[in-house]
Design a protein around this ligand. Structure first.
Ligand code: GDD
Ligand code: MG
Length: 352
């Protein structure tokens, strides 16, 4: 009764200009591995979950990309959402659908766009988590040792004594804190980053929707009998306009009581930004990370260069920059200013 839902509806705007709304980063091979991020995610799960039990929830506009990139996945396991409402509605959708197919279902929910260097360790943690949630009415989060006060993550504080082997009771869950708070969390040593991967029984997460997001719950309950019938798409078209745009982290995880944590070290990286790609790519002796065959670098240091267009890119003297060359956009941005890329993208869209 084990299922996986891979969430693949985000737009990855911080990886602009490679990641675009019509072709976001989960569908790209950011690290030059020969596989896109969603392909690696799928392979990690297919190693221990039958493919009939792996679902991808994505925006309707990406369904064809998913079909193309995951040809093994049964077509009925690719679920399209009519609009982008963040992760809470996405998780409600797969949960109500699964509850009908298999009331005993337990579910791993995972992002489609992370790097995990040690799939064997990952597999082990997932199985531990599944076994725990099958015995307890618990929500499992996977915690990663934080290295700096990143404000784009959830922070989880947990009790020091393990409940069983490797499972700890969560005290607090704070999604995307302000910088000052993130610094305090880091300094206390009591917090781990939320990896964004959750494990629970479907019936329990549905109860949590009823308790913490009751309006969304009601909207789904009203239409759920149409799931797994020819009316499923019509049902979604009724449901989505009525859903608030909210993440599972803000909507449920910050409030839920029975949350547990497994501290995990499987070489996790969010790969959220060009700097995280830089950290994970091999560097030349001058500290340049270069993705692309046609790049020449002279007397340049610590740059992140991504250029996979059939044209030569030559750098001289540049230091600490992100250089991304795509067919229609060339980005040259200081590495320590990359958080501003989101704003520039908004500006570009306004000027269109
Ligand atoms: N189907 C669907 N629909 N998927 C979505 C949607 C949506 O509307 N919005 C986002 N996703 C997908 C993204 O593609 C990604 O794979 C995953 O859901 C998580 O969404 P993000 O938007 O990337 O979340 P985040 O990175 O800001 O924060 C989450 O992940 C962090 C770790 O990377 C949170 O769980 C944080 O607490 C966590 O630390
Ligand atoms: Mg993310």
């Amino acid at each position: 009764h084990h299922y996986v839902a891979i969430m693949a509806g985000g737009i990855g705007s911080r990886f602009w200009p490679m990641s675009r709304t019509n072709y976001p980063k989960q569908f790209l091979d950011i690290l030059n591995t020969g596989k896109t991020l969603i392909q690696s995610t799928y392979d990690r799960f297919a190693a221990f979950i039958p493919k009939e039990n792996i679902f991808v929830v994505t925006s309707n506009e990406y369904i064809n990309i998913v079909k193309h990139q995951l040809p093994e996945l049964p077509l009925q396991n690719i679920l399209g959402e009519p609009s982008r409402k963040n992760t809470a509605p996405c998780i409600a959708y797969i949960s109500f659908k699964l509850q009908q197919l298999d009331p005993q279902a337990s579910l791993i929910v995972a992002p489609s766009d992370h790097l995990i260097l040690d799939p064997v360790a990952f597999n082990k943690v997932c199985l531990e988590a599944l076994s725990f949630v099958n015995k307890h009415n618990a929500f499992i989060t996977l915690g990663i040792k934080p290295t700096y006060p990143n404000t784009g993550y959830g922070y989880i504080q947990y009790e020091q004594h393990a409940v069983t082997d490797n499972v700890y009771k969560v005290k607090t869950f704070t999604e995307k804190p302000e910088l000052e708070l993130a610094k305090t969390f880091l300094a206390s040593g009591e917090f781990l980053w939320n990896a964004g991967i959750f494990v629970w029984q479907v019936k329990n997460i549905i109860s949590a929707f009823e308790k913490y997001l009751p309006e969304m719950y009601d909207v789904f309950v009203a239409e759920k009998d149409k799931f797994n019938t020819t009316e499923e798409i019509a049902a979604l078209n009724n449901i989505y306009p009525l859903c608030t745009n909210i993440s599972i982290d803000h909507g449920i995880m910050e409030k839920a009581q029975n949350v547990y944590l497994i501290p995990s070290s499987f070489g996790w990286s969010d790969l959220g930004t060009w700097n995280s790609a830089y950290e994970n790519l091999e560097k030349d002796y001058l500290g340049n990370a270069v993705a692309g065959d046609q790049v020449m670098v002279f007397d340049a240091h610590n740059n992140m260069v991504h250029a996979k267009n059939d044209r030569l890119v030559l750098l001289q003297g540049l230091e600490g920059y992100i250089v991304v060359d795509t067919k229609d956009v060339l980005l040259i941005c200081k590495k320590d200013k990359e958080q501003e890329i989101k704003e520039y993208v908004a500006e570009v869209k306004r000027n269109k």
